[in-house]
Design a protein around this ligand. Structure first.
Ligand code: ZN
Length: 154
């Protein structure tokens, strides 16, 4: 299995692939497609080749259920899996706030502190090329609730 298809940041990916990330990469949670979805969106990270497609079911302002499909590196797949786990049952505002914290974590803009398992992605901040892999699913979620469509990271 080809775990890393992207540029290798100095061969020190070992630290980056913490156990929790590898676990979600090997056994992605909420993988698939909802038969009935209120929102769908697709995300593409051309830098690495990651693709993610989200189907989201809303109940009012709450993310009632969501699933993802896609192909990508370990970071993007694990991040998609953990994103779906983290936002299920949350309101749009709560999920948005979580994304803000997560983005700070992976860009190294500040320590988030209370992100739970998502803190496994803290190491990504040392590898700028990986930030887009880690945040792709979150950007795609944002696109989904803003009306859907396809987003491409730059
Ligand atoms: Zn990637």
């Amino acid at each position: 299995m080809n775990i890393d298809r992207g540029p290798d940041p100095m061969g020190s990916l070992g630290d980056l692939y913490q156990e929790v990330i590898l676990d979600h990469y090997r056994k992605p949670r909420n993988y698939g497609k909802l038969a009935v979805a209120d929102r769908t969106a697709e995300g593409h990270n051309p830098l690495c080749g990651d693709r993610v497609a989200l189907t989201v079911k809303l109940k009012g302002e709450t993310i009632d259920d969501l699933k993802f499909e896609g192909k990508g590196c370990a970071i993007s797949t694990a991040s998609s899996s953990m994103m779906t786990e983290s936002v299920k049952g949350k309101t749009r505002a709560e999920a948005g706030a979580l994304f803000e914290k997560f983005h700070k974590l992976v860009t190294g803009a500040g320590s988030a502190g209370d992100l739970g398992k998502l803190e496994a992605f803290g190491g990504v901040s040392e590898f700028p090329v990986r930030v887009k892999c880690a945040s792709l699913a979150w950007h795609t979620l944002k696109a989904a609730w803003e009306g859907g469509g396809t987003i491409t990271t730059e």
